[in-house]
Design a protein around this ligand. Structure first.
Ligand code: NAD
Length: 332
């Protein structure tokens, strides 16, 4: 079977080649993102392997179907970029990697909190310039602070365990209550109940119709003044313009984002010699209390290994007609 990989970086190629043991699988690695312009590059492949910023809308899925592509293998957990209805209509199966390392993302969320709070990025630069002053570096104890965790799936649960170890008060919000969370003494609350109580809010729910712009001007107004907002999930959970207004007024005290709604035009590329035309991210980058990372939450060695192994297992199961345990299907 031939598989075309879109949006690959050198580390993807290295990791997939390391775990490539089935000589029946021919791997074609492309740097290009999957789009209407590049879809024809999948010609001759039975499967495409794609990542978070590849476009899989109805048009592209129909074009893949015309090329006789039968499988979309997502090498990520989120599947908000795939029109599942269109895939089903074209008889294309969709598989993903549901849990490659919840630790990678949960630990990155903690890193963002610690950086914003204790300003280690500023301290690092200061010391290099022989500036040993502490002025402006004042942080707060995480101990006993109230942290709201929105989404207690794989990543949210690990994040709760980390916070529990730090002695935080944790409030969780998820339509599905997990006993493992309640066993830690963590209380589930509605979003309305949780928002006014939290010093820190961290998003760990998927992006879908019901969570799109979950963070907007109304929900921001419900938050405590000076709140720290962390988003390592998906950019579309947050109305960025409303967040900028909250940062300008001081109502949002800190923002840490690993994801951004328009990230596909920016992330995973070195644009250091270019003019950024996205004025929203440019404004965000100008705040001293905003930390942006370019979708690197997943980026640990363990996660890359697991992504490659699970993706190969998904493709193999499809090839031999086994049950696809990691299949995603349209709910409608
Ligand atoms: P998961 O499916 O295990 O958990 C998601 C949880 O969110 C579920 O428990 C679900 O019930 C809950 N949820 C759904 N709607 C909700 C709502 N309206 N309010 C509160 N909770 C809600 O997923 P996961 O593996 O924990 O991943 C979570 C998200 O993290 C993914 O959807 C993906 O977008 C993101 N992610 C980001 C990176 C990164 O590199 N930054 C890597 C992997 C995943």
């Amino acid at each position: 079977m031939k598989i075309t990989f879109f949006s690959t970086q050198p580390y993807d190629r290295e990791s997939f080649l390391k775990h490539h043991t089935d000589t029946q699988l021919e791997l074609i690695f492309l740097e290009e993102k999957l789009s209407e312009r590049t879809v024809s590059l999948a010609s001759g492949s039975q499967a495409v392997c794609v990542f978070v910023n590849d476009t899989l809308n109805e048009t592209i899925i129909q074009q893949l179907s015309q090329l006789n592509v039968q499988l979309i293998a997502l090498r990520c957990a989120g599947f908000n970029n795939v029109d599942l209805k269109a895939a089903q209509a074209c008889n294309i199966r969709v598989v993903r990697v549901p849990a490659y390392s919840p630790y990678a993302v949960a630990e990155h969320a903690l890193a963002m909190i610690m950086t914003l709070n204790r300003k280690t990025h500023k301290a690092y630069n200061r010391i290099r310039e022989q500036n040993f002053s502490l002025h402006g570096l004042l942080g707060f104890d995480l101990y006993k602070k109230t942290v709201g965790v929105i989404g207690t799936g794989h990543i949210g649960e690990v994040f709760c365990r980390i916070l529990h170890g730090l002695g935080c008060n944790i409030l969780a919000c998820d339509p599905v209550k997990k006993p493992e969370i309640e066993d830690m003494g963590i209380r589930y609350a509605s979003l309305n109940d949780l928002l006014p109580q939290c010093d820190i809010l961290s998003l760990h729910c998927p992006l879908n119709e019901s969570t799109s712009y979950l963070i907007n001007s109304t929900t921001i107004a419900q938050m405590k003044a000076g709140v720290m907002l962390i988003n390592t999930s998906r950019g579309g959970l947050v109305d960025t313009k409303a967040v900028i207004a909250g940062l300008k007024s001081g109502h949002i005290g800190y923002l840490g984002i690993d994801v951004y709604e328009q990230e596909e035009d920016l992330f995973f590329q070195n644009l250091s010699e270019q003019i950024i035309h996205d004025d929203i991210i440019a404004r965000l980058m100008s705040f001293p209390n905003v930390l942006i990372t370019a979708h690197q939450g997943f980026f640990t060695q363990e996660a890359l290994d697991q992504i490659a192994c699970t993706t190969f297992a998904n493709i193999k199961a499809f090839g031999v007609g086994e049950v696809l345990i990691n299949e995603v299907k349209s709910a409608h």
